[in-house]
Ligand binder design. Structure first.
Ligand SMILES: CC(=O)N[C@H]1[C@@H](OP(=O)(O)OP(=O)(O)OC[C@H]2O[C@@H](n3ccc(=O)[nH]c3=O)[C@H](O)[C@@H]2O)O[C@H](CO)[C@@H](O)[C@@H]1O[C@H](C)C(=O)N[C@@H](C)C(=O)N[C@H](CCC(=O)O)C(=O)O
Ligand SMILES: Nc1ncnc2c1ncn2[C@@H]1O[C@H](COP(=O)(O)OP(=O)(O)OP(=O)(O)O)[C@@H](O)[C@H]1O
Ligand SMILES: N[C@H](CCC[C@H](N)C(=O)O)C(=O)O
Ligand SMILES: [Mg+2]
Length: 483
């Protein structure tokens, strides 16, 4: 590609204008000959330090913030105000093509579920659809594990371009606050955006919850075209400020939920494994049988259906498709049943509101005790530890505090911070033993929630990842043959 084709993104001069670039890179270690290297200031390192390394590997030019580079380079240096945004826009241009209809969902909890549900709704309607998020990429012929909730812009646009070439016309992706803050999805053309809820998360990255919310609102005020639809869950404490932000951004606000107008939830009856709901759209009532447990899944299903309808799918088709939804892996997923009938779920709740929701969700159909096994991740927001302890103490009858990716931290210190708020809990650091013990305690009518890891297949201890799956451990504890 001629650098000239990026003239609206980069400040080119006579020398740089004529250059041809063979790729886009933000990691010097991945630079190939002829690449355009973007030097980004990061959390751990400053990409400017690697500009020389990049040119030695053959970078044709370097993009950096004004004054960021110390080294004098023998390739053109292009200075921009926002190198991350420039990277995202350039990656989108270089790796051209994306599914024609792309939507993105943000919120503290429910993004993975909503992205998956939206894809499933489209699939039900016979469309070629993809979802991109925490659990990876799912599309016709693809089910790939991913590292990040929102991939870095170069990987993202390579992927979108490939999906487009494979004939995928519809795509739903998760917009994490890191992704929005780091402009990872700035180059994606979005037809609609969704919001689920906001709670405490990533307080190691955002100074305040308000800052966290503002970061998420970039999705509405920077990434969407005016008048594009914003599908907002109406029943959350952060719904009002979110609706206001979307209105201020000139978007078409479509609310869903009990207080929603676009898809109004009129009635819900919860059963153990499914729920019946009445949803009103454009004056018409639709009866839905959602084959999933958990009140929160109704919220996720409505945001997903709202995004599908707002981007052109007929409402009856979208709402009917909800009857066939499969939950995303490890999201209040029934993994086994003990001989006495007690049920065991694996869930990804690793933040306060999610834990609160999941424990409340199972209470109505638990005639015995609610038992929870959980921990908190190391090298992540330490403030949530006692909060999650308090929630488990209030909402579960028995809690076992265990390890969940201690990473570089001392696991005992993490557990102690949780136990401070729930001294009555049992402390069993080894997660396998914790799950085993919990399963052994189960009596008729009990429900066990193994929270925090969901789909994950690793336990990171002292910086080393060991294979670990809550699904496998639950099955093993229930006496199934796992190996
Ligand atoms: C804290 C964080 O978000 N970091 C992400 C960020 O890294 P960074 O830009 O800060 O990188 P850095 O290590 O400080 O380096 C700065 C720059 O120097 C470059 N570099 C570095 C070394 C070198 O030798 N040469 C070189 O060029 C790096 O490529 C980078 O461009 O940008 C990278 C590329 O996009 C990400 O891979 C990286 O994710 C790290 C691995 C991560 O763990 N991120 C998590 C916290 C995250 O993003 N999570 C969210 C939300 C999860 C959820 O709740 O759902 C997600 O979207 O997954
Ligand atoms: N709408 C919701 N409201 C509250 N809690 C929810 C909601 N949806 C999901 N949860 C809880 O959050 C957990 C994670 O759900 P999901 O993976 O869909 O969210 P996410 O936003 O993608 O999370 P992450 O940012 O960790 O990837 C679930 O296992 C469940 O405990
Ligand atoms: N994307 C999140 C996932 C956390 C999952 C939980 N199991 C933990 O390790 O804290 C993070 O990396 O912070
Ligand atoms: Mg997710």
């Amino acid at each position: 590609m001629k650098l000239r084709e990026l003239a609206d993104i980069l400040p080119l001069d006579a020398r740089s204008e004529g250059l041809t670039i063979s790729g886009i890179a933000a990691d010097s270690r991945k630079v190939a000959k002829g690449d355009l290297f973007f030097a980004l200031a990061g959390v751990k390192a400053d990409g400017a330090q690697f500009a020389r390394d990049a040119t030695q590997r053959g970078a044709a030019a370097v993009v950096a913030a004004a004054g960021a580079l110390r080294d004098v380079l023998d390739v053109p240096v292009l200075e921009v105000d926002d190198p991350r945004r420039a990277l995202a826009l350039a990656a989108a241009r270089f790796h051209a093509g994306q599914p024609a209809t792309m939507v993105a969902v943000t919120g503290t909890s429910g993004k993975t579920s909503v992205a998956s549900f939206t894809r499933q709704i489209w699939e039900q309607a016979g469309l070629k659809a993809a979802s991109i998020g925490t659990t990876g990429v799912v599309a016709p012929g693809r089910d790939e594990y991913g590292e990040l909730t929102t991939p870095d812009p170069v990987s993202l646009h390579k992927l979108l371009s490939a999906l487009c070439a494979e004939g995928v016309t519809h795509g739903a992706m998760e917009a994490s606050s890191h992704g929005l803050s780091q402009r990872r999805l700035d180059g994606v053309r979005l037809a609609a955006a969704g919001f689920t809820n906001l709670g405490r998360d990533h307080m190691d990255y955002h100074p305040t919850v308000e800052h966290y919310h503002r970061t998420k609102m970039r999705l509405f005020d920077t990434l969407m075209e005016k008048n594009a639809p914003a599908i907002i869950f109406a029943d959350d404490v952060w719904s009002e400020p979110t609706i206001k932000a979307a209105r201020d951004a000139g978007l078409q606000v479509l609310t869903v939920g009990r207080k929603g107008d676009f898809l109004a939830l009129k009635r819900v009856e919860h059963e153990r494994h499914r729920q019946r709901a009445e949803v009103q759209h454009a004056g018409e009532i639709h009866e839905i049988e959602l084959p999933l447990a958990g009140d929160f899944q109704i919220a996720n299903a409505l945001v997903a259906a709202g995004m599908a309808i707002a981007t052109g799918l007929d409402a009856s088709t979208a709402l009917k498709a909800l009857e066939h939804l499969k939950g995303a892996s490890g999201r209040l997923e029934l993994v086994g049943t003990a001989a006495n009938g007690a049920q065991v779920y694996v869930d990804y709740a690793h933040k306060p509101e999610a834990l609160e929701n999941v424990l409340k969700s199972v209470r109505p159909f638990t005639t015995g005790r609610v038992v929870v096994v959980f921990g908190c991740g190391g090298d992540r927001d330490a403030g949530k530890r006692p909060i999650m302890g308090e929630i488990a103490g209030r909402l579960a009858d028995i809690a076992i505090v265990t390890d969940d990716n201690p990473r570089s931290e001392d696991p005992a210190t993490i557990r102690a911070a949780i136990m401070e708020a729930i001294p009555q809990a049992r402390e069993i650091g080894d997660r396998r033993e914790a799950i085993n013990t919990a399963v052994g305690l189960l009596e008729e009518g009990d429900t066990l929630i193994v929270a925090g890891k969901g789909h994950e297949v690793g336990q990171e201890i002292a910086g080393q990842k060991h294979h670990f799956s809550d699904h496998e451990e639950v099955r093993r504890a229930l006496g199934e043959n796992v190996d």
